[in-house]
Design a protein around this ligand. Structure first.
Ligand SMILES: [Mg+2]
Length: 255
């Protein structure tokens, strides 16, 4: 992914967005259906005990940030693409509607905009298409970006995904970002803590209280302009200082 090297005068050069439960609300039901599918996968393909699956699914999610990463860490071997196909294959995508408010907000920002999600590329494309946001982003960093080379999985036993700081640093490198000039939006408290550890500015989405490592909290992504007007504003003080400085140099040269 090529970086656009330009100084837009604003505090940030790039807006980095999680996808699920960040660009659309948890109340859509997609998350719940996704978790049900993961539980079904654990039953059907990993032959786990039915009475244990819901608790284990939740515990792995809490401990590792994604149930998939937790299953891998426990030594379960399964095909990543097959897992994603099963889990995302029959989600209630019809509940996701075009979001012209968010679309206008995104298109009005001067920064680069990049999606950074643990989801696979098929799911990411379907969600963005349903939300009417397919053309709002310069690039997408998804599961395959971090875990495939030439369309083949890098490892069967290990996956790279949020909330590992390593995954966030990999995304920063791939997109050629300056963490100090990048602001990261995510609904997961663990992802936000890791984002902060990787040096990013951070916004936790979907709640009004701050979590560890969050610089801002947004009840909804729709509130981003009220909460973060600096995304749209030029850094007038620095810019003013620069102008004064260059004028002073010019004066000296002329004298
Ligand atoms: Mg999310």
């Amino acid at each position: 992914m090529d970086a656009i090297v330009s100084y837009n005068g604003a505090k940030y050069d790039c807006l980095l967005f999680d996808l699920d439960d960040t660009l659309y609300p948890l109340s859509s039901g997609v998350n719940l259906a996704c978790r049900k599918n993961i539980e079904d996968y654990m039953l059907k393909y990993l032959h786990m005990d039915e009475s244990e699956v819901p608790r284990m699914c939740l515990e792995l999610y809490r401990e590792y940030g994604t149930t998939m990463a937790g299953l891998k860490a426990l030594g379960y071997e399964f095909d990543n693409d097959e897992f994603h196909e099963f889990v995302h294959g029959n989600l209630p995508y019809e509940t996701l509607k075009p979001d012209p408010v968010l679309r206008n907000l995104l298109l009005s920002t001067p920064q680069r905009k990049i999606i950074f999600t643990n989801s696979d590329k098929g799911h990411t494309a379907r969600v963005l298409n349903k939300l009417g946001l397919g053309d709002c982003f310069e690039g997408i960093i998804c599961f395959e970006t971090l875990n495939h080379v030439d369309d083949k999985p890098i490892s069967k036993s290990h996956i790279l995904c949020k909330p590992s700081v390593e995954a966030i640093e990999a995304a920063v490198n791939i997109a050629n970002l300056d963490p100090k000039r990048t602001i990261f939006f995510d609904d997961s408290a663990r992802n936000i803590a890791s984002g902060k550890a990787a040096g990013l500015h951070t916004v936790v989405v979907g709640r009004s209280d701050l979590v560890e490592g969050a610089d801002y909290a947004l009840r909804s992504i729709h509130n981003m302009k009220e909460a973060l007007p600096e995304i749209w504003e030029a850094e007038t003080k620095d810019h003013h200082d620069q102008i004064l400085q260059s004028a002073a140099v010019e004066t000296v040269v002329r004298a």
